[in-house]
Each structure stands twice: as structure tokens, then as C-alpha cells.
Ligand binder design. Structure first.
Ligand code: PLP
Length: 659
């Protein structure tokens, strides 16, 4: 809320168009394309709030605005991640159902399992939900580093049968841990990613007299597609080339270790947007499997890695934030292709495995943040300022030109008027920078320019000519949100990924403003200015005007950022020391009402300071000493000193976001 007092709600005299009185929740659902990206998990209620349907069934709903009100009552502040474990479970069951259906329909001779790669979201509560349902569905877990291995071992404790696939770079310690875990009775499968790991397995197996089942990751030629295309192909970072695999087989035979080689693995990158890339990959891997079996490898499992994508923008296209296939098509393509290749070669069907992460967890987290202020350009100039500038002695030419353009703002050739206004503004800035224009004249030029733009926009409405297509962006509002993009939405900043974003209430009211989002970091990059639209990404988002002129006081205005469960929760960084946000797990009880199962508190100021080697205790005692010194020298009153102490104490324990 503090920011609201520093950032004027509106600059100048922006006027907001009247909302259409007949606007309904259905209009909002269409505008924000909820059906397209929501995959049946989200919808708009008739009272204008955003609802989640954890089982994909609108009869069991969670009103997200109601949840936010409930959280405020419990003093759990935004930004907050609302995790919906019901969606997580539904996604897992859907994956099971799709593969089971494809297997049954094709008469495929082996089963399927998904191993959830914990790197996609390592939060313990999420992993535990996946582990628990995974035990029922025959799924497992995948880890990719030493810390993840330890987490995986802890998660599978008491679940000895559960497959734990171990990818990533490995050293002797990693391999030894895996071998000993296998000896302990775990179903743990290291995947050889680099040729030297074979020797590590051989040494450890010899030392501990047990050979674990293991896999080899193939570096295949099939190209990946989209943002992570580089994960595959001959120059890929991981896996053994076909030649290296042949050498590996020889080596394993020599060392009498071939019996352990049970899995052939491959991963061509995350978010595979085009189903053709899946088809290529599966064909190549299936042929490789067949050849290796013929060469004597006792392979049983074909692990096709991750890559099952998510339709973030709802366009169902082979573009980076979307996918051009369904889950059923993905499963059917894999099953049919492997079957066809094996049948032709007369080789037994392998058990199928995928390491689908994104497709399981993306939908299950909604990040909710509050708008704490907005800034709009004036739609009317401050005429007293303009007149004073014009009446000065010898007013500068750009000001006269801008005023002339302003006077023609309702005339016939508006494209020319706008071009003149733009030119006048550029000249004014030049003159000012050279020291030939005073502040008042420059301010008047800017006011006139924005007003001309607004007037032209109003005149054309939706029918804007091509030459002025950029105008809505240029004049759009800035909505300040209590959030760090770098902490909570890293892929939006780093790779330009689209996420569905929309208000979670007031949806029965027309959003009459267009804006981009700016976060509270001190970085101009901390903004979101691409949103899923009907024809590709749009550069502004439709938003509601503040009911009483300014945000940051009165009823909070909440925006939901959807499909953030994959990668966003743990990739983010501590830019400006804005830490992890609060998170809550919300489920629907037997009575149909939502309830909070788990609250995970976000990081405190003291905690994040500790990450960068500041000791909160030391800070406290140093600043207290400073306050004492100021009291002694009468620079602070006793009351002021006490306030400052209290503020410091509360801040160190408090949330890193604005409260
Ligand atoms: N498996 C491996 C080896 C990966 O590197 C990744 C991520 O890139 C995954 C699985 C998860 O992929 P996704 O989230 O696309 O399912």
C-alpha cells in the first residue's frame, strides 16, 4: 500500500471510459480466454469471480477471490501461491488414463509409468502429494543432482518398490550412494549420461557386490523443438552417441555388467510444442532399442524423458508457449510407434516411461498478487500549464507545433496529426536536452502529446488504422503489482514465456483500461508486457479502473497468474532480496467448501539477509547502538527511538514484500 502514496494513481487527468452496462462474466471468460488455457480447471462464476475446478468438474469449485479474502482474514498476505493439489492429482490420473487407454487399444505388450522429475517443483508438499498418489498409480520420481538424490531417497523411504530414476552429472559419491541404496532394497536406477560413469558403476558394484539396474541416455539425432531444442541432437550436452553406446556395450560385456543394463533413456527438451518432434524422437529411440536388444542388451524399459508440453496461451499451436497436441495424442503416438518398430523387428515391447513434470504440476499453482497502484497518461492536458507556456515570451517552435496538432485532433487526417505531435515531442526533448527549452514548455509539449494520442484512440476505437497500431501500447497504463518477476515468474523475464494473467474478481464488470504490469523490484525489466491473446501475444492486458480513483487503499484488486506450478516456484532468484512468497494448499472438503490444508510461510527479511551473509542479530545490535547514540545526542526523541527499534524488529521478522 505504501507505494500507492508515492506513485500517483493517475498522472494528469486520465479519464476512464464508462464500462458497458450489459457486460457479464461470460464476456470476461471470453476476453481472457479462460476456456482455451484453463483445460477445464478454471472458469468464471456468474458473480464475476475466478473459480478453480480441481477435479475438472465445475460442480466442485474453489472461488479464488473467496480464498484471498479468507487468507486476508488469517493475515496471510499476498503475493501468495495458491496450490491446488486436486489438480495435481487429476493431472496424474489423466496421464495414467491416457497411456492405459492407448496401451489397451493398441494391444501393446507392456505397461507405462511416469517418474516425476522433482526439479520441476521440488517443494516437499508437492512431491509428497505426487509420491503418495504415485504409489497407487505405479509412478515414481526422477532426480538430477546430488541434493535431489537425497530428497528422492527421503521421499521414497518406505516406498521401496517406487522407481527412482537418477539423471544428471554424477561423481563417485553419487554413484556409491545409488549403489548402496540399491543394496538397501530401493528400486533405484542410475542413468549413465557420460561414458566415464560406467566405470564408476563398475567400481562401486565390485566394491559392494551388487549390480544395480541402470540405464543409458542416448544422444540421438532427432532434433528437439522450441526453446529447449538444444537438449537434443549431436551437440547436446547429455547422453552417449550411438558409437559410444556400442563401446559401452562391449565394455559392459567385458566386465560382466551387461545384465544390469535395463533402460534406454532419452530427453529431447522440455515443452515440446510440435508433436512431429515427439514422433521423430520415438522412432529413433525405438529403432535404437531394437538394435541394442539384438546386440544382446537385456533392455526392459524405454524412458522417453520429459517434454510433454502445456498450452500456456491456449492457442493449440506449435508455438513456444503452446502445443499442437493433446495428452491422448501424445500417449497414442508413443505407444503406436514403439509397438510398430518392435513388431517389425520381432523384439519384445519395452515398458514405457516418461519423465513428465511440467504437464503434471503447471496447472496446480496460481500466483495471486495485489495491484498497489497504477499510472495512466493524461487524456486532457493541463490547460493552465499549456497556456502559461504559450504566453511566455518567444515560445519554442515545438510547443507551437504541438499545440497546433492538438487543435487539429478532431480534424480529418488524424494519422498526420499524430505524426506532427510525435515530431514536436521529439524536437522538444532535443531542445530541452540542449538547454534551449524550459521545463514548463517541455511539460506542456508532453501533456499535449498524450492528450492528442488519447483523443485519436477514442476517435478510432477498435478500427485503428495500421499506421497507428502501436498507439494503444504507447498510451497503455502501468499497473504496479506487489511481486518480484525475478522471484516468482522467472520464465516470463528470461525466455519470454507467456502466462495467462487476469483479475480474479470484478469479472462481471467490463475492464476499461489497458495496461502492462510492473513489479516492485528496482529493475525496469521487472515487468510483464506480453499476454496470451486471440491472435498471438498481445502487449497490453485489459484491467479494471480503480473504483475510487486509486489502487492501494480500500478493496484490494487481485490478479491471478496461472499455470505457474512448473519451474517458476524454484527457479527464481533473490533480486532486491525479495524472497519466497507465502504458499497455501487449498482443497475442497466433503461439504463442498474449500479449506486450507497447509500454509508455507514465505521468507522473512532476516532470512534473506542471512543468505547474503548479513547476520540479523548483528544488524539489530548495531542499529540499536546507533539509536542509543542518537538519543544521547538528542537527534531522536525517546518515542522516535522506540518506534525505530520496533520497526527494525518487525521488519527483520516480516515478509519481504509490501504489507
Ligand atoms: N527429464 C529430464 C532429463 C529433464 O532434463 C527434464 C527437464 O528439462 C525433464 C525430465 C522434465 O521435462 P518436462 O518438465 O518437460 O516434463
Amino acid at each position: 500500500m505504501e507505494l500507492a502514496s508515492r506513485v500517483p494513481a493517475t498522472v494528469g487527468t486520465a479519464s476512464t471510459p464508462e464500462p458497458t452496462p450489459t457486460w457479464t462474466s461470460a464476456d470476461s471468460a471470453r476476453l481472457y480466454r479462460v476456456e482455451e488455457w484453463g483445460a477445464g480447471y478454471f472458469g468464471v462464476s456468474s458473480s464475476g469471480t475466478l473459480e478453480a475446478y480441481p477435479n475438472g468438474d465445475a460442480r466442485q469449485s474453489i472461488d479464488l477471490h473467496d480464498v484471498m479474502r479468507g487468507l486476508a482474514g488469517r493475515e496471510i498476505s499476498s503475493p501468495v501461491i495458491i496450490r491446488l493439489p486436486g489438480i495435481l492429482e487429476h493431472r496424474m490420473r489423466e496421464l495414467r488414463r491416457s497411456f492405459d487407454h492407448a496401451i489397451e487399444e493398441a494391444g501393446y505388450g507392456a505397461g507405462y509409468a511416469c517418474v516425476y522429475p522433482i526439479k520441476v517443483n521440488q517443494e516437499r508438499h508437492i512431491c509428497e502429494v505426487i509420491r503418495d498418489l504415485g504409489a497407487e498409480l505405479g509412478f515414481g520420481l526422477e532426480v538430477g543432482s546430488k541434493p535431489e538424490l537425497i530428497a528422492g531417497l527421503a521421499l521414497t523411504q518406505g516406498f521401496n518398490e517406487m522407481p527412482l530414476v537418477c539423471n544428471g552429472f554424477k561423481d563417485a559419491e553419487y554413484i556409491e550412494t545409488v549403489v548402496l541404496a540399491a543394496k538397501m532394497g530401493r528400486n533405484i536406477i542410475p542413468v549413465v549420461e557420460q561414458a566415464h560413469e560406467l566405470r564408476l558403476i563398475q567400481r562401486s558394484a565390485a566394491e559392494h557386490h551388487i549390480l544395480p539396474n541402470f540405464g543409458i541416455r542416448a544422444r540421438i539425432a532427432a532434433p528437439g523443438v522450441g526453446r529447449w531444442a538444444g537438449s537434443s541432437g549431436f551437440r547436446g550436452k547429455f547422453g552417449l552417441t550411438v558409437g559410444e553406446i556400442l563401446h559401452a556395450i562391449e565394455y559392459l560385456k567385458q566386465e560382466n555388467l551387461l545384465g544390469g543394463l535395463k533402460m534406454l533413456h532419452c530427453h529431447i527438451g522440455s515443452q515440446i510444442c510440435d508433436i512431429r518432434a515427439v514422433k521423430y524422437m520415438v522412432s529413433e529411440l525405438a529403432h535404437l532399442y531394437v538394435e541394442l536388444v539384438r546386440a544382446g542388451a537385456p533392455l526392459e524399459v524405454l524412458d522417453l524423458g520429459g517434454g510433454l508440453g502445456v498450452d500456456y496461451d491456449g492457442s493449440r499451436s506449435a508455438t513456444e508457449s503452446s502445443i499442437n497436441y493433446t495428452l491422448d495424442q501424445y500417449a497414442a503416438d508413443i505407444v503406436h510407434r514403439v509397438q510398430a518398430v518392435c513388431d517389425e523387428a520381432g523384439v519384445r515391447h519395452p515398458r514405457l516411461m516418461t519423465e513428465s513434470g511440467r504437464a503434471i504440476v503447471a496447472y496446480a499453482s496460481v500466483l495471486v498478487c495485489e495491484v498497489i497502484g497504477s499510472r495512466a497518461f493524461p487524456t486532457e492536458p493541463d490547460m493552465s500549464l499549456v497556456r502559461a507556456a504559450l504566453e511566455a515570451e518567444d515560445p519554442p517552435q515545438p510547443l507551437l507545433d504541438a499545440f497546433d496538432a492538438y487543435e487539429r485532433r478532431a480534424g480529418p487526417d488524424l494519422a498526420e496529426v499524430y505524426a506532427d505531435a510525435e515530431h514536436a515531442l521529439a524536437e522538444a526533448t532535443n531542445l530541452f536536452n540542449l538547454g534551449y527549452m524550459d521545463l514548463r514548455s517541455r511539460a506542456a509539449c508532453e501533456e499535449l502529446f498524450w492528450a492528442i494520442g488519447a483523443s485519436i484512440l477514442k476517435h478510432f476505437g477498435e478500427e485503428l488504422p495500421e499506421s497507428l497500431a502501436h498507439l494503444p501500447d504507447r498510451l497503455s497504463d502501468l499497473y504496479f503489482v506487489n511481486l518480484s518477476i525475478f522471484q516468482s515468474l522467472l520464465d516470463s523475464w528470461s525466455i519470454g514465456q507467456l502466462f495467462p494473467i487476469m483479475p480474479i474478481h470484478r469479472l462481471d464488470e467490463e475492464p476499461t483500461r489497458r495496461g502492462v504490469l510492473a513489479d516492485i523490484t528496482c529493475d525496469s525489466d521487472g515487468r510483464v508486457d506480453r499476454f496470451p491473446g486471440d491472435a498471438g501475444a498481445k502487449t497490453t492486458l485489459e484491467l479494471h479502473a480503480a473504483p475510487n480513483g486509486s489502487y492501494g487503499s480500500g478493496e484490494p484488486y487481485y490478479l491471478g497468474i496461472f499455470l505457474t506450478g512448473a519451474y517458476q516456484e524454484t527457479l527464481g532468484g533473490l533480486h532486491n532480496l525479495l524472497g519466497d512468497t507465502n504458499a497455501v494448499h487449498v482443497t475442497v472438503g466433503g461439504d463442498g467448501r474449500w479449506r486450507i490444508d497447509t500454509v508455507v510461510e514465505g521468507e522473512s527479511v532476516g532470512e534473506v539477509l542471512g543468505y547474503v551473509q548479513f547476520d540479523p542479530e548483528e544488524i539489530r545490535s548495531r542499529l540499536r547502538a546507533d539509536i542509543e547514540a542518537a538519543l544521547e545526542e538528542d537527534r531522536l526523541t525517546v518515542t522516535e527511538g522506540a518506534s525505530l527499534r520496533r520497526f527494525l524488529d518487525e521488519s527483520l521478522q516480516g515478509y519481504t514484500y509490501l504489507e
